[in-house]
Design a protein around this ligand. Structure first.
Ligand code: NDP
Length: 282
């Protein structure tokens, strides 16, 4: 089990291509474009976050980009992820390239840090991946990866890719640990990244987190996000509330004991909050 030594919110994991990615990022799904997302990104960057996760389908890349550009934090110090939506995958390679250009334009950036295939659209994702490989080789993004890829998708991809994805961003929380997927990512040098790490708020249904937190003087959310780090997963909790954005950062100056990690692992029930990657209908 990876237990990274981390000195604060800008602490990074080094991806397989040498690019450094902060362990903690701000999630922005359902953060409305304009004032809401801009304020959240501004608060996060002021607090010390150095990583923001967005996607074309969140329709807030414009606000995310504006907040980053106006933050006063140097561009090279902020790690920005966005994602290729399924419609462009279905349209084919030209649409994938166009979608990348449009995301970059909305973000107002010259280069992206991480571009992800958002979902494995059956019959389409292999062609999409080839375009991401091209974009990477052309120097348009510093890293490329996938999202919502199960073990069977990764195995199929690894059979004929030129570039092994640097990241796989997947649903990950105590109800859905997927140890085999974690192990596959680790074995293949693919960084695991957790979406919905706070179970979209449902972590409050787990009394174990509060119990563990009491021993450390930490909130349940902090215990859960720290568990992500100790599982070796980059984590991107979403909030638009300043006090929570700051709370979610308080995960770098304590550590869970091995038994505490195991206690959270044992809550696994193979249950998703989001869609199953083999059954997407969007
Ligand atoms: P999270 O698990 O991050 O939970 C967010 C919810 O928890 C919000 O309702 C938020 O409310 C609340 N919350 C945040 N912090 C706290 C806290 N400290 N205490 C109590 N409640 C809290 O859900 P998301 O689904 O947003 O996942 C995180 C990010 O992952 C997304 O925003 C997105 O960037 C990414 N993602 C990627 C997907 C993919 O397919 N690749 C799919 C889904 C998400 P409030 O804002 O009011 O504070």
């Amino acid at each position: 089990m990876a237990t990274p030594i981390l000195d604060g919110p800008s602490a990074c994991v080094t991806l397989s291509n040498g690019v450094r990615m902060p362990w903690l990022g701000l999630g922005t799904w359902r953060s409305a474009d304009g004032d809401e997302v801009e304020a959240a990104v501004r608060v996060a960057l002021e607090a010390g976050y150095r990583h923001v996760d967005t996607a074309a389908v969140y329709r807030n890349e414009t606000g995310v980009g504006r907040a980053i550009r106006e933050s006063g934090v140097a561009r090279e110090d902020v790690f920005v992820t966005t994602k290729l939506w399924n419609d462009a995958q279905r349209e084919g390679p030209d649409a994938v390239r166009r979608a990348f250009d449009e995301s970059l334009a909305r973000l107002g950036l010259d280069e992206l840090d991480l571009y992800l295939v958002h979902w494995p659209v059956e019959g389409c994702w292999r062609d999409a991946w080839r375009v991401l490989e091209d974009l990477y080789e052309e120097g348009r993004c510093r890293a490329i990866g996938v999202s919502n890829f199960l073990v069977h998708h990764l195995e199929a991809l690894l059979e004929d890719c030129r570039i092994v994805p640097m990241v796989n961003q997947v649903e990950f929380h105590p109800w859905l640990v997927q140890p085999e997927l974690l192990a596959t990512c680790r074995a293949r040098g693919i960084q695991h990244e957790a979406w919905s790490p706070l179970m979209q708020g449902r972590f409050l249904e787990l009394p174990e987190l509060a119990e563990i937190g009491r021993a450390h003087g930490r909130t349940p959310a902090q215990v859960l996000l720290r568990w992500n780090l100790q599982k070796g997963s980059v984590t991107i909790p979403k909030s638009v509330r300043p006090e929570r954005i700051r709370e979610n950062m308080g995960i770098f100056d304590f550590a869970l004991a091995h038994e505490e990690v195991a206690r959270i692992d044992a809550l696994d029930r193979g249950e998703r909050i989001g869609p199953h990657p083999d059954e997407i209908e969007f």
